[in-house]
Each structure stands twice: as structure tokens, then as C-alpha cells.
Design a protein around this ligand. Structure first.
Ligand code: SAH
Ligand code: SF4
Ligand code: F3S
Length: 462
């Protein structure tokens, strides 16, 4: 821990109930961590506010996955510096904090705290120190830390993010996550089940189990199949999802659990990264094109109506025209329902930095390939969505849509469906007919009376 002393701030020290705002970037793991941070700070008397204006403490929970994720944060820190209330404490948390540590304190003088993902428990004490003018970087990994005793303050109205595993034991050559999140460790199954009961008691009916390679979950006694069965059987839970699984960790047991537990939704986000075996080898993904296809085949054979989405990187070092063509053709072969596509971004310290400079794919080539892949993926997605028109599906109403007249709801197979706002409220399950599609999302018309979400149980019942 680095500690630099500067002048104390008398104004902040005098505040009775300080307010905190956390701005979250990156993946669901970060969203979940922000909920844990709010929980930790609430237990120490902080009040949560919805924006940075006037907040006593502003935490920026960051992502380091690609360079532009970090550039955004640097820009945002500059903006906050200009607009924050005098004397406010600014902290940077998350993966960029872990990656840069004290370097961030040197670069941004208005930042008092830099706190990595395993050190959030210390936030109240660190903030006390910051209030007295101290500056800290806390980035030690703690392989025991699951924040078991922290009660998360959840943002989402209808679904709960539940971290079941932290860190990652893969070493994909492009990826910064193993360095920002440390080694893989799983929570105890009983603790996850206990949290699921608490979630139901709060009136939520959907859980999303989180881990970087979530299906490699193993708490020493139980594997991911056991976890799916245990969480899926909790009374009051109607939908179980998980993200992200690794293709290598889909054991027959996990696939059987997914197929047999009725609450587990028919959707798998299965990151493919590339369709070329030689490229996958350079990425150290530890599977071939054929292995990936076999995994898809096993999943589809076991789970009728399964929707598949994926992640793809374009322009990884050495990507040839032929390798890229393999990626396009794998998308055509699998026919993903949707895909997140990323231009490769070189991350400091990753094995990719040691690849020959001449392997770098020129920007113009990356952009051309990216646009081509995007066209292919969107086209396939559109074709499949058009074929779904007329189908009757169950949707869970999640939130108000941007235009304010429609609710945004989601089907079990992860389709976004817009429904008339007067037909339901957030948390309701509706049976709708898919009546229109933009190609990417649907509009739905309710065909059965709505089902109310269960009322939250009395406080203290959890
Ligand atoms: N643990 C997850 C991935 C987390 S990162 C998994 O293994 O699937 C989310 C996605 O970001 C990855 O699937 C990958 O497609 C993308 N990504 C990771 N590092 C990247 C980099 N350096 N440049 C571009 N995209 C990257
Ligand atoms: Fe990164 Fe690979 Fe681990 Fe996913 S499995 S977090 S891509 S190293
Ligand atoms: Fe980003 Fe860290 Fe998640 S790098 S994607 S916030 S694990």
C-alpha cells in the first residue's frame, strides 16, 4: 500500500452522513462489485446518491480490457475534476486501478484512492484516511476474499448478479483480466445458495451467476453442475443465467444440469474469439475450431431452442486473410443469435506484447474486416429474428425503454422484446406474441393476462 500525505480537508471531516456515488464501467463483474462497494459503504454510514454532483465521495469503478475503456476513464476523471464539489474525494477502483496502482496517483493529483478488486473491504478505512489528506494505492490480491459478509446493494429491478467465482486461471495471450483479477477461486455453494434465497426475499426472480470462466466453478466439493441444480431449485427463482462460460469447461455434467433444470434459461454466451485453429493457438484459447463446433453441437443436442451468442476479436497479431475467413465461416456455420465483436487492443504486460512487431495487423485492414464481420453477424441475426415472428414467448419486464412509452422485456433465450407500457409493470412475467422486429429487437403483444411478480417478503424474512 502506498501512502502519500497531503493537507487534510477540514470540510469533509465535518460531514455527518457522507454521500457516495459510484460510476461503473466494464463487465457485469464490475457492476456486481459496485453493488458490494455500496453495501460496504452503507454499513459504514454512507448514503448512496445517483450522480457525482454534490457527492462527498466519487468512485470510478474501471475496466482495463481494451485501451479505449481506459481512455474513457481518463477523460471522465478530468471531467469530474472540473465539476466535483470542492473537497470531494475521488477514488478509482476496479481493473484499471489494479493495473496502474500508484501510477494513477501520480498521473491524477485529484485522485486520493486507487483500490483493486480484492481490497474493497478496506474502503471505509481508506476513505477515512483520504478525508485526512492521505492518498492510497491498495492493490494486493486476496485469494480468500469473496465479500461473504457484505450485503450487496443491488441496482437492477428484476435480476440479481451473483458472483460465484473471482479471477481467472486461463492466460489467453490478449487478455489483461488474469493480471487485474488474479487467480481463479470459487465461492462455497452454500454461500451462493444463501444469497439466492436473500435475492428471492427482495422480490427478485432472476439470477445471473458470474465468473470469468464460470463453468469451471469448483468449490472443492461441488462443480458448476451442482451449483446450477442448487440455485435453480431455490423456491421463487424463475430464471437462472450465467456468464461467461469457457468452451473447455462444458462437461457432460454441466450440460445435463442445464438441460434438466427448468429454471436455467435456454441461452449460452459462448466466447469463440476466432474461428481459426492456428489463431486460437496463438491466443492460447486451448481449443480448436473443431472443438468449439463440437461444444456447440453437444449443447444444441441437449437443449432444444438454445440461443447462442459470442465474443469475437478481430485483428489479433498475425491474423491472415485465411484466418479471418475462418472466423466469418464459423459464424455462418454456427449461426449465432448475436455477437459482440472487438478490434484487438494490445494490453501492457500480456503475452501478445511479445509477439513479433511485423504480426501487427494494419488499422485499415482491421476496420475492413471488422465491418465485414459485423455485416455477416447482423445479417444472420436478422434472418433468425424474422423467422421467430409470430412465436409466443414468456418475457420478464426489465425496465422502461428509452422512448418512455414501452417497457423493455427479455425472453428466456435473451431476446429483447418491447411491450406496451400499460400492459405490465417491471418484474412482471408476460406471455407475448412476437409481432415485429427491427432485425435486432422485437415488439411483442401480450396474449395472456399478466402474472404479477411475487411480492417481497416481510423485512427480516431472509
Ligand atoms: N472471461 C471471458 C471474457 C472476458 S473479457 C471469457 O473468457 O470469455 C470479454 C471479451 O473482451 C472477451 O471475450 C474478448 O472477446 C474481449 N477482449 C479481451 N481482451 C481483449 C483485447 N485485448 N482486445 C480486444 N478484445 C478483447
Ligand atoms: Fe481473459 Fe481468457 Fe480468462 Fe476470459 S478466459 S478472462 S479471455 S484470460
Ligand atoms: Fe473489464 Fe475487469 Fe471486467 S478488465 S471486462 S472490468 S474483469
Amino acid at each position: 500500500m502506498i501512502n502519500t500525505h497531503v493537507e487534510p480537508d477540514a470540510e469533509l471531516a465535518a460531514i455527518a452522513q457522507p454521500t457516495v456515488y459510484i460510476e461503473t464501467y466494464g463487465c457485469q463483474m464490475n457492476v456486481s462489485d459496485s453493488e458490494l462497494m455500496y453495501g460496504t459503504l452503507a454499513a459504514h454510514g454512507y448514503a448512496q446518491v445517483d450522480g457525482p454532483d454534490g457527492a462527498d465521495v466519487i468512485l470510478v469503478n474501471t475496466c482495463a480490457i481494451r485501451e479505449n475503456a481506459e481512455t474513457r476513464v481518463i477523460g471522465r476523471l478530468g471531467e469530474l475534476k472540473r465539476n466535483m464539489k470542492p473537497g470531494a474525494i475521488v477514488g478509482v477502483t476496479g481493473c484499471m486501478a489494479q493495473r496502474l496502482g500508484p501510477r494513477l496517483l501520480q498521473q491524477a493529483k485529484h485522485v486520493s484512492l486507487v483500490v483493486g478488486p480484492d481490497a474493497y473491504r478496506a474502503l471505509p478505512q481508506l476513505l477515512d484516511g483520504a478525508r485526512h489528506g492521505e492518498r492510497f494505492s491498495a492493490t494486493d490480491f486476496d485469494l480468500e476474499e469473496h465479500y461473504e459478509d457484505v450485503v450487496a446493494k443491488r441496482f437492477e429491478g428484476v435480476k440479481a448478479w451473483i458472483p460465484v467465482q473471482r479471477g481467472c486461471n486461463y492466460r489467453c495471450t490478449y487478455c489483461i483480466v488474469p493480471y487485474t483479477r488474479g487467480s481463479e477461486r470459487s465461492r462455497k455453494l452454500d454461500d451462493v445458495v444463501r444469497e439466492t434465497h436473500a435475492v428471492v426475499a427482495q422480490g427478485l426472480t432472476e439470477v445471473v451467476l458470474l465468473g470469468q470462466t464460470v463453468n469451471s466453478y469448483n468449490d472443492g466439493t461441488h462443480d458448476f453442475a451442482d451449483l446450477l441444480r442448487a440455485v435453480g431449485a431455490v423456491d421463487g427463482i424463475r430464471r437462472v443465467r450465467y456468464t461467461s462460460p469457457h468452451p473447455n469447461d462444458f462437461s457432460d455434467r454441466v450440460i445435463a444440469a442445464m438441460a434438466e433444470v427448468p429454471t436455467v434459461c435456454e441461452h449460452v454466451h459462448l466466447p469463440m474469439q476466432s474461428g481459426s485453429t492456428s489463431m486460437l493457438k496463438r491466443m492460447l484459447r486451448r481449443y480448436s475450431r473443431e472443438d468449439y463446433l463440437a461444444c456447440v453441437g453437444r449443447l444444441r443436442a441437449a437443449i432444444p431452442g438454445l440461443a447462442l451468442t459470442t465474443d469475437i476479436i478481430v485483428g489479433f497479431p498475425g491474423e491472415t486473410d485465411a484466418e479471418f475467413a475462418d472466423t466469418v465461416s464459423l459464424c455462418q456455420e454456427v449461426r449465432f443469435n448475436d455477437a459482440f465483436m472487438f478490434k484487438f487492443s494490445m494490453r501492457e504486460g500480456t503475452p501478445a506484447t511479445r509477439m513479433p512487431a511485423e504480426w501487427t495487423v494494419p488499422d485499415a485492414v482491421v476496420t475492413e474486416r471488422f465491418d465485414r464481420l459485423l455485416g455477416t453477424v447482423r445479417g444472420i441475426s436478422r434472418e433468425q429474428n424474422l423467422m421467430r415472428l409470430g412465436a409466443t414467448v414468456e418475457v420478464l419486464v426489465e425496465k422502461i425503454a428509452r422512448d418512455g412509452h414501452l417497457w423493455q422485456a427479455r425472453s428466456r433465450d435473451f431476446k429483447t422484446v418491447m411491450v406496451p407500457a400499460d400492459s405490465a409493470k417491471i418484474g412482471d412475467y408476460l406471455t407475448v406474441q412476437l409481432t415485429g422486429t427491427t432485425g435486432a429487437t422485437f415488439t411483442g403483444t401480450p396474449v395472456k393476462p399478466r402474472e404479477r411478480a411475487p411480492l417481497p417478503m416481510a423485512a427480516g424474512a431472509a
